[in-house]
Each structure stands twice: as structure tokens, then as C-alpha cells.
Design a protein around this ligand. Structure first.
Ligand SMILES: NC(=O)c1ccc[n+]([C@@H]2O[C@H](COP(=O)([O-])OP(=O)(O)OC[C@H]3O[C@@H](n4cnc5c(N)ncnc54)[C@H](OP(=O)(O)O)[C@@H]3O)[C@@H](O)[C@H]2O)c1
Length: 570
């Protein structure tokens, strides 16, 4: 059962505004809160650089400036970058910035915390500093470091909510210098700086406590609102009319619920196939017969996916929450993988090999299954046979070359000049550049020919087949497709030559994915990803893929894990 709301254009109007007041108000308020200690720190740095006493206690720092300098630089960076991380719009619209800034934030936070502890130990106590305050400083510094580490650990185990919570807590401690200034300045003005050691320590402590309490209240509020913000809606690429990539846009749509036999997948990456831009453009026109005459009934695109199982429907036996998978959303389910979540049938999923990334895994399902069925079931390639792959540099082509090799064939691959080296590295025995070479081999005959996009007239392929050879039409122009379906048999009848117009046999999907997984695991199948785009850049990805000269596959990255795991690996 599918969630009809997903396909409904009405669902598209639930989009929250792309920019809200919170996007600038929260960072602005936090930067303002940190302004006093930041300016004081900058003044102190300037004083240290010029050897001028700018503040009380200058002599303590001037004798050994390193911890003070590290602390000021670390704390200032932490306060400013951290404030920007709280902007919902920045997090949502610039995920790459959020991730990169996150690493700067964590590093600067650790520097600020450790240097603060260092200062508490090495510098002689100021007039109102006592052992209580020193102990508090050491405790807060250690807590800040611990919170940052817990945040990074949560990121590694992909618990993004816990990640946000721990970093919020560490930020609350880090920016307490601002709150402390707000507590201490009125006190100093009103009480004429006559406070005792304990009084000063309590005022400082109040700054930390206020920040921690405010942070916990904000986190609680966020948790209470979570069902609306993080459970029921998700980002997705949608289109409510047929056309080019310009009709694609990002919307917030209802997050689907897995029906019996389905799992909900947290999408990490999804690849673009010719099927997607054909559905988008309703090309061939026949698309309109099953997807809506005037408007697309199904507003979401995307078949291939790699991600993490986050919820399971009734009757699921093979998969569990947390499994890393790759697979294909079936058209019949009216689901699209260019979204944060997608429901997929268990039989259209296989476990993602550990050896490949989510981005690579997402490039595999449709193109891999197409190539496998073309080689194994349509051409029935046997060891020692000679095959020709026309269009070897693209998504399906790269799998055709490698799977034909895995089935023992001698492979001749035809591709453009830019893909020659790549295709050779995939194991092709002979690589021909279609801009100059392929007509040179006019006399060569093949047991099987795979025409990825037609490229040449059917007669060209028929002439190059052995008397018992098979031409597998994987793709082609609309005209070629009708010609092949209507007259193909007759035109290839000489000898025992055959023409096969490839349509995927859905019943084999589970078995095929397992076979492909085996080839990936033992290294006989390599995945080539030409370019990866963010979900927001889906239109650009479509334009690039439609250009027709992709080397390997084009992939959209969706979830955080892939990018985070890349960042962690760096
Ligand atoms: N029947 C099915 O069930 C099924 C399933 C999936 C896909 N398909 C079809 O398979 C086709 C290919 O998909 P794809 O994802 O591999 O497309 P693609 O990624 O766009 O690949 C096409 C490749 O062909 C190369 N090329 C362009 N002109 C050529 C020429 N004259 N001779 C040889 N190579 C040429 C291109 O690059 P260079 O020019 O740089 O070499 C490109 O690498 C599509 O038509 C799709 O509809 C069919």
C-alpha cells in the first residue's frame, strides 16, 4: 500500500518558507551574547601583540601568552561558528557548509576548553579567583570536551539528534562567558567590585548554570516539536508538471509509512537513471498513459537508492533496523528515492557491501540489473564468446563490460575518447573510440552486441552479428524502439540471428541484486561515479545526466551519513 499523500500535489503546499526569522535571529542573538568576551579577547590579543597592558591581569598572560592566545582564538571561533550552526536555514540549505563548519566547531571547542583548563592551572590566581572557581573552570572545560566527543560519537553511530544535543550542550558552556559578563557587569557597577572570592565564583557559576538550563529547555522544546519537524515531513525532489529539469523543485512532503512487506529507508544516496528524465519529460509520450495525461500522477522521481533501514513493516524477516542496504523503489509503489525517506519492498533490497560507499552503492541497482539480465538472460553469454558493447562509458555500459567479462566473454567496448582509459581499466579487451575507430573493425563479427542507446541503425548491428548472434537493444531512440518491436524479428531473421528488446524481468530482482552484490564483494564489479550532486542540485544533476556523455553514473547525496563518513575518513 502506498501513501497516496506522497503523490498528491496538495502535499506540495505544506512547504515551510525556505527562509525564516530563526535563520538569522538565533545566530545574531548568540553572536551578540558572545560579543563582550569576544571583544575583550580581541583587545587582550592586541595588547599582548603590542606589549601593552589592556586589562587587569595582563602581566599573568604576558609572561606565558600561549594558553591565553589559544583560548581567545579557540573560544572566538567556537562562539561565531557555533552561532551559525544554529541557523535552521543554513543547516537545511547548505549541508556541506554545516558539516565542514562542524569540524571547525569541534576542533575550536576542544582548543578553547583545554586551553581554559591550562590557564586555570598555570596562571597565578587573580585577586577574586579562588580554588572554588578554579575547580569549576576545570570541571566545565572537561565537560565541554566530553560533550564534543559524545557529539562526534553520536555522529559516527548516525544518531543525528543526539549529535545535535551534545554539541548544543557544549556550546552552552562555551558561550557562558557572555552570560557571565551580563551577570558580572551590573554587579560590578552596583556593588562597586566589593565581592568576595565565593561571591565571584557563584556569579561565574550562575553564568554556566543559566546557559545549561536554557539549552536544556530549548532541547526539550525541540523534542516536543519533533513529531512535526522530523517525523511527519521530509524533503523531496518533486515535479507537478512534465518538462525539463527546471520543473524540479524541493518540497516538504509527508514522510511515508512502510506497508506490509516494506521497509522505510533513510536515504543516503540515490542515482539518476535515464528512466528518471524520461518520466520527467514524459518521453516517450506513452509515459502519459500510465503516469497522467496532462500532469504526472506520481510527483516524485528516483529508483535507485542506498541507505539505512529505519522502520520495518509487517512480515519483514530478512532485514532489521540499522541495516545498510541498496536497492530499487518500484514504479508500481509510486515512491521516489530523491527524498530523505522511501519505502521499499524487501525483495527489491540487498545488503550494501561494506567495501563500497553509499554513493557507489546507489549507482548500482537499475543499471546493474539491466546489464546482468542483458548478458545472462537475453544474450546468454558463455565463456569464450565475443561481445560488443556500444556505449560502454555510461551507467549501463560500465556494468555490461564488467559483467560480460565476469561471464567469460571477450569484450570489445565502444565509447567516446574521454572514456577510453576508464573502459579499458574496467577490463574491456579492446576499446574503440566511436569518433574514429569503430568503423575500422567492419569485418569483425560478434556473438552478442549490446546497444546501450541505439547509436547506430539496426542494420549496422545485424551486419556485425555471427549467424547465431543476438543483438540486445538496451536503449535507443523512440523510432528505433518501435522499429525493433514491429519489424525487428523479420529484419534479424537471416540465419539464427536474434534481436532482444530488453525489458527488466521484475521477478528476478532479489536474485539479481544478490548476484551483483557477490560480484561487488569479490571485486569483479567496480562502480564508477562520474559526479555526485546534493538533493538541492537535482536539476543540475539531471541536466548533466541528460547530456549523454556521463562516465559511469550521476548520484544525488541525500542523508548525512555518506558525507559524514567521508568527512570522518579525511
Ligand atoms: N531496457 C531497460 O530495461 C533499461 C534499463 C535501464 C536503462 N536502459 C537504457 O539504457 C540506456 C543507457 O543508459 P545509461 O544510463 O547507460 O546512459 P548514459 O549513462 O547516458 O550512457 C550513455 C553512454 O554512451 C556514450 N555514447 C554517446 N554517444 C555514443 C556513440 N555514438 N557510441 C557509443 N557510445 C556513445 C556516452 O559517453 P561518451 O560519448 O563520453 O562515451 C555515455 O557514456 C538508456 O537509453 C536507458 O533508457 C534500459
Amino acid at each position: 500500500m502506498q501513501d497516496d499523500a506522497l503523490a498528491s500535489p496538495l502535499a506540495l503546499h505544506s512547504r515551510p518558507p525556505s527562509r525564516t526569522r530563526a535563520d538569522w535571529l538565533i545566530p545574531a542573538a548568540l553572536i551578540a551574547l558572545g560579543a563582550i568576551p569576544t571583544l575583550a579577547g580581541i583587545g587582550r590579543l592586541a595588547g599582548l601583540a603590542r606589549g601593552v597592558a589592556t586589562m587587569e591581569g595582563h602581566a599573568r598572560f604576558a609572561a606565558d601568552p600561549l594558553p591565553a592566545v589559544l583560548h581567545i582564538v579557540g573560544a572566538t571561533t567556537f562562539c561565531v561558528i557555533g552561532a551559525l550552526q544554529f541557523s535552521p536555514g543554513l543547516r537545511r540549505n547548505r549541508p556541506r557548509w554545516h558539516r565542514r563548519a562542524g569540524w571547525v566547531l569541534a576542533s575550536s571547542g576542544i582548543v578553547a576548553a583545554l586551553s581554559g583548563m591550562w590557564m586555570a592551572i598555570v596562571y597565578p590566581a587573580a585577586a577574586v579567583d579562588g580554588p572554588l572557581l578554579r575547580g569549576m573552570r576545570l570541571f566545565v572545560g572537561a565537560a565541554m570536551v566530553a560533550f564534543i566527543f559524545l557529539g562526534v560519537l553520536a555522529l559516527r553511530r548516525r544518531d543525528f539528534h543526539a549529535h545535535g544535543r551534545w554539541l548544543t550542550r557544549s556550546y552552552a558552556l562555551g558561550i557562558a562567558a557572555g552570560t557571565q559578563a551580563l551577570v558580572l557587569i551590573p554587579q560590578a557597577l552596583l556593588l562597586d567590585r566589593s565581592e568576595t572570592e565565593h561571591g565571584y565564583a557563584l556569579s561565574m557559576g550562575a553564568g554556566w548554570i543559566v546557559n545549561v538550563v536554557v539549552a536544556e529547555l530549548a532541547l526539550r522544546r525541540r523534542r516536543q516539536r519533533a513529531p512535526l519537524e522530523t517525523t511527519s515531513l521530509m524533503r523531496a525532489v518533486v515535479h507537478d508538471r512534465y518538462g525539463g529539469p527546471e520543473v524540479l523543485r524541493i518540497e516538504h512532503v509527508p514522510r511515508p509509512k512502510p506497508a506490509a512487506g516494506q521497509v522505510l529507508v533513510f536515504v543516503q544516496a540515490a542515482s539518476v537513471n535515464a528512466r528518471d528524465y524520461r518520466l520527467l519529460r514524459a518521453n516517450p509520450f506513452l509515459v502519459r498513459l500510465y503516469n497522467g495525461l496532462f500532469r504526472p500522477r506520481r510527483s516524485m522521481l528516483g529508483a535507485d537508492v542506498a541507505g539505512i533501514v529505519v522502520e520495518i513493516g509487517a512480515g519483514i524477516t530478512r532485514l532489521a533496523i540499522g541495516d545498510e542496504i541498496f536497492g530499487e523503489a518500484l514504479f508500481a509503489d509510486r515512491q521516489g528515492t530523491f527524498a530523505e525517506y522511501v519505502c521499499i519492498r524487501e525483495q527489491a533490497i540487498a545488503e550494501k557491501p561494506q567495501s563500497i560507499s553509499f554513493i557507489e552503492a546507489a549507482a548500482v541497482p537499475l543499471a546493474g540489473i539491466t546489464a546482468l539480465q542483458a548478458v545472462r538472460d537475453r544474450a546468454k553469454v558463455r565463456p569464450g564468446q565475443s561481445v560488443l558493447v556500444q556505449g560502454a562509458g555510461g551507467g549501463v555500459g560500465m556494468f555490461l563490460v564488467q559483467i560480460a567479462k565476469a561471464y567469460g566473454a571477450h569484450v570489445t567496448a565502444v565509447c567516446g575518447p574521454g572514456s577510453v582509459e576508464l573502459v579499458r581499466s574496467l577490463g574491456a579487451d579492446r576499446v574503440l573510440d566511436y569518433t574514429r575507430d569503430d568503423l575500422l573493425f567492419i569485418d569483425q563479427r560478434y556473438d552478442a552486441i549490446f546497444g546501450v542507446n541505439g547509436f547506430r541503425p539496426l542494420g549496422y548491428y545485424r551486419e556485425r552479428l555471427m549467424p547465431t548472434g543476438t543483438y540486445v537493444m538496451v536503449g535507443g531512440t523512440n523510432r528505433q524502439l518501435f522499429e525493433a518491436l514491429l519489424f525487428g524479428k523479420a529484419r534479424f531473421a537471416a540465419g539464427e540471428r536474434k534481436i532482444e528488446v530488453l525489458t527488466i524481468d521484475e521477478s528476478l530482482r532479489a536474485k539479481d541484486l544478490e548476484e551483483i552484490r557477490g560480484l561487488l564483494v569479490d571485486g569483479r564489479l567496480r562502480v564508477v561515479v562520474d559526479r555526485a550532486f546534493s538533493l538541492e542540485a537535482a536539476a543540475e544533476a539531471f541536466r548533466y545526466a541528460e547530456g549523454g556523455h556521463v562516465r559511469g553514473k550521476v548520484v544525488l547525496t541525500v542523508g548525512e551519513v555518506e558525507a559524514c563518513s567521508l568527512a570522518l575518513a579525511c
